[in-house]
Design a protein around this ligand. Sequence first.
Ligand code: HEC
Ligand SMILES: [Cu+2]
Length: 327
Amino acid sequence: MAGHVRKVITPAVVVTSALLVSGCGDPTVSALAPAGEAASEIARITWIMIAATLFLMVVMSALGLHAVYRKSDGPVGPSPLAVILAGGVIVPTVVLLALLVFGVRSGDAMLPVGEPAVEVRVTAHQWWWRFEYRDADGGSIFTANELHLPVGETIDIVVESADVIHSFWVPALGGKIDAIPGRANRMRLRPTETGQFRGQCAEFCGAQHARMAFDVQVHPSDDFHDLLRAMSGLDRRDTGPAAGREAFEQHCMECHSRATDHDFEGPNLARLAERPWLGAGTISNTPENLREWIAGHQTLKPGNRMPDHGALNEDTVEALARYLEGE
Ligand code: HEC
Ligand SMILES: [Cu+2]
């Protein structure tokens, strides 16, 4: 019997542990591997809650076991009134007060008080992200699906939506904030570590909600400001082969630009080669996948807001890809 039970339980434990470990193991997208001040506060509260819950569970289990195994005759233990008072009034009051104290302290530390060093405007779309930075002269720089931030500086993220409700979330850097049509919500971040992280839409927003990720790169402060200067006024409309440019002007330009200061319907494509993914996390950004996206993006990400250019022949796809690669 015992052997039989072990045969069932052992694989179950192995599979469950594997799932748990793989699910929580990726530090680029884990709220428990904080790389920013707000995320550290949130992780701290999470650990306190987990510890308190475990503590209460152990205490209650011990009391339960004690009640079962104690040797006595007749009714014993506290009166029902005492149980209700302790379990229904005293314990909840203590637990909620403690949470309130920690919560107010942490929430206060996350508030956008005072001027930020950097402000990034974020617009959520079905199903991709537009980021807008200010250059030194107050002009705009647009990137799509890639967010660049400096380490150690206060950054305000101002979140808007172009269509439905989305939610901006970079688990490693901070909490979530909703992108609501007609509103601009502000959230403060201060990254404490450089590195590459993954952001994700955290509010169901339609069929391709799961494929609405973005790449976050936290740079040393000097590198960040150098990058902004390099991106400022970057115009790649005239680079690349003429055949590709013509096809782009004919089929794609109403929605896409290769100049960083242009705000169009669709994602900015000026620095496409720098992105790790295509289709906001749908596929990795390789030369082969770029061609596949242009020819068959409606198969890769069904229902996405880029029209199907079914009639594009192979040569046109190749020319477009080369043009976007800037060759
Ligand atoms: C009607 C507007 C529209 C037109 C026309 C259009 N696109 Fe798009 N494109 C989009 C939208 C919207 C997305 C975002 C899709 C998504 O990920 O959900 C997109 C995404 C892309 C991406 C992926 C960008 C990224 O960061 O993930 C590439 C590459 C691209 N388009 C190339 C093209 C090419 C090449 C053409 C012309 C053959 C074209 N597009 C025509 C709207 C358009
Ligand atoms: Cu979304």
